[in-house]
Design a protein around this ligand. Structure first.
Ligand code: FES
Length: 573
C-alpha cells in the first residue's frame, strides 16, 4: 500500500486553501521553515519523554536530534513533542498512577496536531506501555525508539544490577554484613550512565516485548544507551517511520493476537518482569485483541527461561546485547512463535528471526539448558484471588512453591515497616506476610510494594525469603516468593480484604492455587461486616483514576479507553 501526498493527515492543516490553512503555513514560516517543508513532506511527530528528573532518559534530547536526522534524510519533516516523563524512581507515589495519563497525553498530542506518523522515545518502565497505548488508540504509523539500558557495573568482582542489588545490599546492611562506608560507596557506583536499568527488570522486559510485537527495529532494544550504535539506531527509526507513513503501516496492522503471543513468549524466555502482565493486557485491549491471564500462564508453561540475566539469572543487559539480543532469543524459541506476523519493517518476523545469531550460549541458553526449571510466570487462582494473582517462580525460592503458613496482615506500608523493624515481632520463616490496600484503586496506582521487606528478626537469622502476598506489583528488578496483583483487590472488596492475622494460607504454585483456609460461613460473616475504605482523593487526575481504573487482570487501563473505537479527527475551522 502506498499513499499519495494528498492523502496525508497533515494536509488537512497545511493544504487548506482557506484562512486557516494560511495561518498554519504562516506560523511554520514564523519559525524559519519554508512553505514546502510542511506542504510537501510527511510530518513526523517525535514524542519525547526526556526530563531533567529522569536519569533513564537523560540522553533523549540528543537522541531526538538523531531521529530528526533520519526523518529529514528520508524526506520527512520532524517535530518534537514533549510528554510527561515517568522516571521510575523519582515519580511518587508511583509511575503506574500516571501510565494511563501518558497514554492519554500521547493519544491527544497525536490527535490534536498535524502528525502523519510518530517516533516514540522512552524506555523507563511505564513510558513504554503508556506511549504505545496512546499510539495504538490513535492508530497513526508509529515506531518505538528505546532509551537503551545503562552500562554494566561490577562490585568486588561481581556484576551488580540496578534495583536487584539495591534490595540485596540493603538486606545485607540490615543484617550487619556490609558497613555504612561500603553502602555510601555503592550509592555513587551502581548506576554508571544514563539509560534504563541494566537488569531484566520492567524497562528491559517491556522494550524487548515491544520489539517482539514488531513495533521496534530488530535488535534495537538491547543497544546500551551510551553505545555509538544507539544514535545510529535512533536515526534508523527516523528513516523508517517516513516509509511507514507512505505504506500506512499503522499499529493495528501490526498488533494481531499472534504478535501479542509472540511478545508473551519473549517475556517468558527472558524471565521478564511480572509488571509486563498488566501492560501487555492493557495494550492488547487497546488494539482490540483478547489476551487473558490464562494465555500468559499457558505460555509460561511452554517457554522456559533462557536469558541468563538478573533477577532470574546472572548477567546484565550489556551481556544480552553482546549475545545477540531479542532476535537471537526469538530464534531460540522460534517453534513457539507466529513467524508470519508483520513488523514495523513491513516484512514478516520470520526474516529477522532467521537472520539472527546467538553469539553467547551462556547468556541466551538453548531450550534444553534453561536458566531455571521454574517458569517466569504462573497465574494463581483460589478463594483468595478469584480473578487471578501472579508469581514469578523463576525468581522465587523453590522450597516455598508449596507452602502453608499463618498470615501476618498489614493495611499500609508505614504499619508494615514499623512492624518488620521490631525485633520482637511474632513471626517465623513459615509466616505469610500480607499487604493490602495496595491495588489499582486502593493505593491508588498499584505501587511496587509487593516485595514486602523480610522482618529484621528473620534477616538476622539468615532468612532471605518468605511467602508474601499483596494486591500490589513488584519491581521487575526484584526477586522473592511474592504473590502479586491479587484480583479483585482489597479496596473494592476482594477476598484479600477479609484475611485476618493468624488465618492459614495455602500456596501451591504447581497446582496454580492460592487458598485461604477459612470456611465459607465465616468469610460471609466477615464480608457482611466489611466497610469499603475511604477514597481520599477529591480532585484531579487521581480522582479520575480511582473512579475509572480497571482491575489488574484487565490491565489497569481506564474503563473508557479500552478497546477500539474510531474517534473523529478534530475539526479545522
Ligand atoms: Fe528507569 Fe529502572 S528506574 S528503568
Amino acid at each position: 500500500m502506498t499513499r499519495r501526498l494528498e492523502e496525508l493527515r497533515s494536509r488537512r492543516w497545511y493544504a487548506d486553501q482557506g484562512m486557516r490553512g494560511f495561518a498554519h503555513r504562516q506560523r511554520m514560516q514564523q519559525m524559519g521553515l519554508r512553505r514546502e517543508d510542511v506542504l510537501e513532506r510527511p510530518i513526523v511527530g517525535i514524542v519525547n519523554t526526556w526530563s531533567d528528573l529522569s536519569p533513564c532518559h537523560a540522553h533523549l534530547r540528543e537522541r531526538a536530534e538523531a531521529v530528526k536526522r533520519g526523518v529529514l534524510l528520508a524526506g520527512g519533516m520532524p517535530f518534537e513533542l514533549p510528554a510527561m516523563s515517568l522516571g521510575e524512581v523519582m515519580v511518587k507515589p508511583t509511575t503506574m498512577l500516571y501510565r494511563n495519563f501518558l497514554a492519554m497525553e500521547t493519544e491527544e498530542l497525536l490527535r490534536s496536531h498535524p502528525i502523519d506518523g510518530v517516533v516514540l522515545l522512552g524506555g523507563c518502565d511505564k513510558t513504554t506501555p503508556g506511549m504505545l497505548m496512546g499510539a495504538i488508540s490513535m492508530d497513526v504509523p508509529a515506531i518505538f525508539c528505546p532509551a537503551g539500558p545503562m552500562l554494566n557495573d561490577r562490585h568486588r568482582g561481581r556484576p551488580v544490577g540496578a534495583g536487584t542489588h539495591t534490595r540485596l545490599f540493603w538486606d545485607e546492611l540490615q543484617a550487619g554484613r556490609i558497613g555504612a562506608a561500603e553502602w555510601v560507596q555503592l550509592e555513587s557506583r551502581m548506576t554508571r550512565s544514563p539509560g534504563t536499568c541494566n537488569t531484566m527488570g520492567t524497562a528491559s522486559t517491556m522494550t524487548s516485548m515491544v520489539e517482539a510485537l514488531g513495533m521496534a527495529l530488530p535488535g534495537s532494544t538491547s543497544i546500551p544507551a551510551m553505545d555509538a550504535a544507539h544514535p545510529r539506531m535512533a536515526a534508523d527509526c527516523g528513516e523508517r517511520i517516513v516509509q511507514m507513513i507512505w505504506d500506512d503501516l499503522t499499529p493495528r496492522r501490526i498488533l494481531t493476537r499472534g504478535a501479542f503471543l509472540n511478545a508473551a513468549a519473549v517475556q517468558m524466555a527472558l524471565g521478564g518482569s511480572t509488571n509486563a502482565v498488566v501492560h501487555i493486557i492493557a495494550m492488547a485491549r487497546r488494539a482490540g485483541v483478547v489476551l487473558t491471564l490464562d494465555d500468559l500462564d499457558a505460555m509460561g508453561r511452554r517457554v522456559p527461561v533462557l536469558a541468563n540475566l538478573f533477577p532470574s539469572g546472572e548477567g546484565l543487559m550489556e551481556d544480552f546485547y553482546y549475545a545477540g539480543g531479542v532476535p537471537a532469543l526469538m530464534q531460540r524459541i522460534a517453534a513457539h512463535l507466529s513467524l508470519d506476523e508483520q513488523t514495523c519493517r513491513g516484512r514478516p518476523l520470520r526474516e529477522q528471526v532467521e537472520a539472527a545469531e546467538v553469539i553467547d550460549a551462556g547468556v541466551i541458553r538453548p531450550l534444553d539448558r534453561p536458566v531455571s526449571t521454574e517458569p517466569a510466570l504462573a497465574v494463581l487462582r483460589g478463594n483468595l484471588a478469584p480473578e487471578g494473582a501472579v508469581i514469578k517462580p523463576s525468581a522465587a525460592t523453590p522450597a516455598l512453591m508449596r507452602h502453608r503458613g499463618r498470615a501476618l496482615v498489614f493495611d499500609s506500608p508505614p504499619q508494615m515497616l514499623a512492624a518488620v523493624a521490631d525485633e520482637s515481632l511474632d513471626c517465623d520463616e513459615r509466616t505469610v506476610l500480607v499487604l493490602r490496600q495496595a491495588g489499582p484503586v486502593g493505593a491508588p496506582g498499584m505501587p511496587e510494594w509487593g516485595n514486602l521487606p523480610i522482618p529484621k528478626k528473620l534477616l538476622a537469622r539468615g532468612v532471605r525469603d518468605i511467602v508474601r502476598i499483596s494486591d500490589a506489583r513488584m519491581s521487575g528488578t526484584h526477586f522473592g516468593t511474592c504473590v502479586l496483583h491479587v484480583s479483585p483487590e482489597s479496596a473494592v472488596g476482594g477476598p484479600l480484604a477479609l484475611v485476618r492475622t493468624g488465618d492459614v494460607i495455602e500456596l501451591d504454585v504447581p497446582a496454580r492455587r492460592l487458598h485461604l483456609v477459612v470456611d465459607d460461613a465465616e468469610l460471609a460473616r466477615r464480608r457482611a461486616a466489611w466497610q469499603p475504605p475511604a477514597q481520599p482523593f477529591e480532585r484531579g487526575w487521581t480522582r479520575l483514576h480511582q473512579q475509572h481504573v480497571t482491575q489488574a487482570h484487565e490491565g489497569c487501563d481506564l474503563d473508557f479507553l479500552q478497546g477500539t473505537a474510531h474517534t473523529a479527527e478534530p475539526p479545522i475551522y
